[in-house]
Ligand binder design. Structure first.
Ligand SMILES: Cc1ncc(COP(=O)(O)O)c(C=O)c1O
Length: 359
């Protein structure tokens, strides 16, 4: 090992997809934007294909093309209206579009091409989507054109924190589409959090991201066992003895409260390990937690191994389980130290760390 590895557990990933499929009884659309939440888009698509997943959601045309390169017959859904200069690329690669603005829909119709579209309704997120009162006109416009209306969708703002708010969005969605015949359409409203409690089978597809990667995020108690798919391990690359009162790393942010042995490991914010992990963060070495003891730098972290009896090249768990399986550092732990969300931690994991598949 030179710097560090991101270990991707195929078995856990397939297990999570199976859990989500069985629980929701809906077709899964795996969200693979942002390098499949840091896991590697190619890896996620290849393995999801094995599990029978056919639909993939992306945030850019480029990501959509990458999916098609791995799995030509897949269905790819772009989650937002693209810039018009991408239309040729979209047609060539047979990518489905999420639409909600009349002017964009007009542009698509004017091309005379048969784009497949999913009409998005804003049921409370207030980010993208047509207002419910404009839905019917846009719907009519699309079905009266050469466009293929394959789906209708929405997105929840509080699925991970507020079940009641989510139910309100669902009711508004159902009311908005109640006057049309949606029999052969894909109706997709759920993300990971709501998939774990919205078991309404009037919808037939769920767009799942974070749960597929094993992070349990939900507004309700849930005993479905999702298994984290990512672990990050590196090694001790340097050891030094420092005196009480000294401080290590940029800013000399923390004085040592005792004579200490300080280890360095070659991972830093340049790899996606977030800067704000210090001062609350820790790593695991030799089945023991070791606290970060100085600021995270671009390429290195420093931690206190005074009580851990370690040597250069010993394995350091940055994310995941200790060797004896008794200790764990989760994505949620790292998010908490950094006062951020799990999605940001995963999607920031850079390409500098080599990804290695394990079973
Ligand atoms: C429109 C849309 N649908 C689904 C998802 C998946 O969300 P999650 O990772 O919480 O499952 C996202 C994520 O950002 C999204 O933007």
């Amino acid at each position: 090992m030179d710097r560090g590895y991101i270990y991707l557990n195929k078995k856990s990933f397939l297990h999570n997809l199976e859990v989500l499929k069985n629980l929701s009884r809906k077709e899964l659309c795996l969200v693979v934007k942002a390098n499949a939440y840091g896991h590697g888009l190619e890896w996620a698509v290849k393995n999801a294909k094995e599990s029978g997943t056919k639909w993939f959601a992306v945030a850019s045309v480029d990501e959509g093309i990458q999916v098609k390169k791995v799995y030509e017959e897949s269905r790819v859904l772009l989650l937002a209206e693209p810039s018009k200069i991408q239309l040729e690329n979209i047609k060539e690669n047979d990518i489905d579009l999420t639409v909600y603005n009349e002017s964009f829909i007009d542009t698509l119709i004017e091309t005379g091409d048969e784009y497949s579209v999913h009409l998005k309704i804003d049921t409370g997120m207030h980010r993208l989507g047509c207002p419910p009162e404009k839905f019917y006109d846009l719907y009519k416009k699309i079905v009266d054109s050469d466009l293929n209306l394959l789906g209708i969708c929405t997105h929840f703002p509080m699925a991970d924190t507020d079940e009641t708010e989510t139910k309100k969005s669902i009711e508004l969605f159902e009311k908005t589409i109640s006057d049309i015949d949606s029999t052969n359409m894909l109706l997709h409203v759920d993300n990971s959090a709501s998939t774990l409690y919205n078991l309404d089978n009037s919808f037939n597809m769920a767009r799942v991201g974070i749960a597929a990667y094993g992070v349990q995020i939900t507004a309700v108690e849930n005993e479905n066992e999702l298994i984290p798919t990512m672990e990050i391990k590196t090694r001790i690359s340097n050891l030094q003895v420092r005196k009480k009162g000294e401080a290590v790393s940029y800013g000399k942010a923390q004085r040592l409260s005792r004579d200490s042995i300080i280890a360095t490991a070659p991972i830093g914010y340049g790899d996606g390990y977030p800067w704000n992990s210090f001062p609350d963060g820790k790593v695991i070495v030799n089945n023991q937690f070791c606290n970060l003891i100085g600021r995270v730098t671009m390429d290195q972290i420093l931690f206190d191994v005074t009580d851990a009896n370690v040597q250069i090249d010993d394995e350091v768990t940055v994310l995941g389980n200790s060797m004896d399986g008794k200790l764990n550092i989760s994505v949620s732990d790292i998010a908490q130290w950094n006062e951020t969300i799990e999605w940001e931690i995963l999607t920031n994991m850079s390409k500098r760390l080599e990804r290695v598949e394990v079973e």
